[in-house]
Design a protein around this ligand. Structure first.
Ligand code: ADP
Ligand code: MG
Length: 268
């Protein structure tokens, strides 16, 4: 059974595209056949994050307009044969695509792939409606900030009203030291507001920026950074495995205690 999952948030800039790219690559690496659909028409980010931008010839728009075959529009990842991308049109009229088109498109894709992950645009307008049209499940991405959590809550309501009941949550850009000093909402705080199932917690990690600039998902790095490990764990949970959540506090503590020892001249 193929899974069609929309990655959405309400608020922009919280990590939808980063999460789609990294979950997609992580799922492909554990042997799942994955297609990423960039439904953020007009912006086209996913191809950049994956380093596939130079290989995009056709997009979802040409497929829908029957100007090319689906096969021709799918860009295969050069590093990971299980991963494909259907890019978003950058220029032409966005209104050329409606919810029925998107629904038909992802349904066809679901015949060939284990996972269809749809990267949703920000907001709750037409682009959002199109992106969720064919989805059977959703992943909500939020940062631990009131404004993002509030938007996420609203989107959860909209998804449920659109018959998407299987909703999971990723909390992104968590900063454990700020949580400790009560300057940031904790995972528990967020879960108190949003009563959906937590599937991943991704820490703030500057390697995300490095990875974006390189066009190489975090999980492919030679030394996988903490955010990359968190995405790998999230992908495994999404795939049905029971994986413990990383204890970021423990990691921070050990770092601070190491630092303290180092400062006190006792590096043992
Ligand atoms: P969205 O698709 O929701 O608009 P993006 O995935 O494009 O969000 O991320 C927005 C910005 O935040 C990007 O510049 C990205 O590099 C950065 N970012 C996302 N997640 C993290 C993270 N865990 N740590 C640091 N920066 C991040
Ligand atoms: Mg995006």
């Amino acid at each position: 059974m193929s899974r069609i999952i929309v990655v959405t948030s309400g608020k922009g800039g919280v990590g939808k595209t980063t999460s789609t790219a990294n979950l997609g690559m992580a799922l492909a690496r554990i042997g799942r056949k994955v297609v990423l659909v960039d439904a953020d028409f007009g912006l086209r980010n996913l191809d950049l994050l994956l380093g596939l931008e130079n290989r995009v010839v056709y997009t979802a728009l040409e497929v829908i307009a029957r100007e090319c075959k689906l096969d021709q529009a799918l860009v295969k990842d050069k590093r990971q044969p299980n991963l494909s991308l259907l890019a978003a049109p950058q220029t032409r009229n966005k209104t050329a695509i409606n919810a029925n088109h998107m629904k038909a498109l992802v349904e066809v894709l679901s015949r060939y792939f284990d996972y269809v992950l749809i990267d949703c645009p920000a907001g709750i307008e037409t682009g959002f409606q199109n992106a969720i049209a064919g989805a059977k499940e959703a992943i909500i991405v939020t940062t631990p900030e009131i404004s993002a959590v509030r938007d996420a809550d609203r989107v959860i309501g909209l998804l449920e009203a659109n018959r998407i009941k299987d909703i999971k949550l990723i909390i992104n850009r968590l900063r454990p030291t700020m949580v400790k000093t009560n300057d940031m909402m904790s995972v528990e705080d967020v879960l108190e507001v949003l009563s959906v199932k937590l599937v991943g917690v991704i820490p703030e990690d500057e390697q995300v920026i490095v990875s974006t600039n390189k066009g190489e998902p975090l999980v492919l790095a030679e030394k996988v950074p903490l955010a990359g490990l968190a995405y790998e764990n999230t992908a495994q949970r999404l795939d049905g495995q029971a994986v413990d959540f990383i204890d970021f506090n423990a990691i921070d503590d050990s770092f601070i205690s190491r630092l303290k020892r180092w400062l006190s001249g006792n590096s043992k």
